[in-house]
Design a protein around this ligand. Structure first.
Ligand code: AMP
Length: 286
């Protein structure tokens, strides 16, 4: 496994593999890798000849006052996780390498970024879309892998890839969870053991919501949202829900009447536990 820090060197490697007809699988990450990231690497290994993982904590997707500085980082540990998972290249650029002082271009995605995380974190998805577009031009993958854990990010990246005609496939992989249901996340390292147990209430709530929708037992989506909130509150004293929304999984438009709706249903949620902000979702077809 090799570590590449320069954009030009990564592009040369990518050009070589493209030229000799090898398929490049790409897993973009911010590091502090866990089993969720490894599941994406495993899928990339299965489907490609070469696997590239990027490790880059992207400053432009953090808002002022967010946790950019204290975001967990442990490159050595990540190095060994990647090596064990059979990664071929780690792309690990500096902030200066990715954003020169003259950088002026941003990728702005409209409408689907107005709600959910985009509403709670204005400009977050401009940072995400910009860095992902840059990484696609640097790593030149055939297939890029993302997690369903970040549901809106998945929708945004599919849109960017289509709108900007990137010559690649975007593959969205299932959320990997702890045994108690808590979705794995690098930010879970901010939680105490007791908080990790308590945070399991979030997935219990989402599962309850799914059950109500699938069984057609409640047709008003606001009533389902209320029940999800009640389930979370019944299982946790300290979780403060920021939003719960029920949407489709393409335009992220709210579904109001569930009884007449057919198609993919996405229930998304953000909540705070102490100082830690957690997001999760459940996606299913009705
Ligand atoms: P991050 O390092 O948090 O930016 O995540 C890098 C990629 O891993 C993104 O595509 C995430 O959606 C994905 N990811 C994060 N957590 C999980 C998880 N628990 N299961 C599956 N994929 C995940």
């Amino acid at each position: 496994m090799k570590v590449i820090k320069e954009i030009a060197a990564m592009q040369d490697v990518a050009d070589y593999f493209r030229c000799v007809g090898k398929k490049i699988g790409f897993v973009p990450t911010m590091g502090f890798l866990h089993k969720g990231h490894v599941s994406l690497i495993d899928k990339a290994k299965e489907e490609n000849d070469v696997v590239v993982v990027s490790i880059f904590v992207n400053p432009t997707q953090f808002l002022p006052g967010e946790d950019f500085e204290k975001y967990p980082r442990d490159f050595l540990k990540d190095y060994f996780s990647c090596e064990k998972a059979g990664v071929d290249y780690i792309f690990h650029p500096s902030v200066e390498e990715m954003y020169s002082a003259k950088s002026r271009t941003r990728v702005v995605v409209s409408e689907i970024t107005d709600s959910l995380e985009g509403k709670a974190r204005p400009d977050h998805f401009t940072g995400v879309a910009t860095v992902v577009a840059k990484l696609f031009n640097i790593v030149k993958p055939n297939i890029a892998y993302f997690g369903q854990k970040d549901a809106q990010q998945a929708v945004v990246i599919r849109q960017v890839s289509e709108d900007l005609n990137f010559d690649l496939k975007v593959s969205i992989c299932p959320t990997v969870r702890e045994e108690n249901g808590l979705a794995l996340s690098s930010r879970n390292s901010y939680l105490s053991d007791a908080e990790r147990e308590e945070a399991a209430a979030i997935y219990k709530g989402l599962c309850e919501g799914k059950k109500l929708v699938i069984n057609n037992s409640v047709s008003d989506s606001n009533a389902v949202i209320g029940k999800i909130g009640e389930t979370i509150k019944a299982n946790s004293k300290n979780i403060n829900i920021e939003y719960i929304e029920i949407t489709d999984n393409c335009d992220l438009k709210k579904i109001y009447d569930l009884s007449s709706y057919k198609g993919d249903v996405l229930i998304s949620l953000a909540a705070k536990l102490g100082d830690t902000r957690l997001i999760d979702n459940i996606l299913f077809t009705k």
